[in-house]
Design a binder for this molecule. Sequence first.
Ligand SMILES: [Zn+2]
Ligand SMILES: [Zn+2]
Length: 212
Amino acid sequence: MTERTLDAAASSACGCKVGRISEQYDLIGLDEELVSYWTDRTDDRYSTRDLAEHVNQRVLEAALDDAGLQYKDGEVENTYRLLTGDDVSSGTRVQTRKELERDAVPVEDVESDFVSHQTVYNHLTGCLEASLESPSDEERLERSRDKLGALRNRTAAVTEDTVAQLERSDVLDIGEFNVLVTVTVTCEDCKQQYTIRDLLDQGSCRCAESDA
Ligand SMILES: [Zn+2]
Ligand SMILES: [Zn+2]
């Protein structure tokens, strides 16, 4: 798909959130950028998270332009970080939003136009029909599911053997038994627990989802 050219009509035709904001903010060349950054064969290749950040920074930049603001090199990136960064205090965030509002930037609207990595992924693979020759996020998830599933089965088998052996030598007393292996992952940010299976299906912790 790297060689395919994307005409403007194709990008405005898609009704997903990326297509919508691309049209609304007049983000010229966005689709071409997304595809080429994503399919880049070098180490500079963007992850879908990087791409979402890129889209959102372009949205923010367009909003600053619309408000007639002047900004220096790197200022859009920095403002984006202040609005969304995990390492930014809520006081700083509130201050940043206030300043933008004072400068007539509709912060709330802009923030609700920010997209998630999943939305970008769907736009790339669904609307633009882009694909990677290196494994896609979906393929990697699928492989990881298989690998962890095999590991769980092995853990269950070894556990079953061990219990049965101990029972045979009268060290352990138990009736008919079943072994169930569940691996849970806890997000330390919000303490939410997931089975590894649910987490892989979901693709991110609830607390990390900025939009649906
Ligand atoms: Zn789309
Ligand atoms: Zn979380």
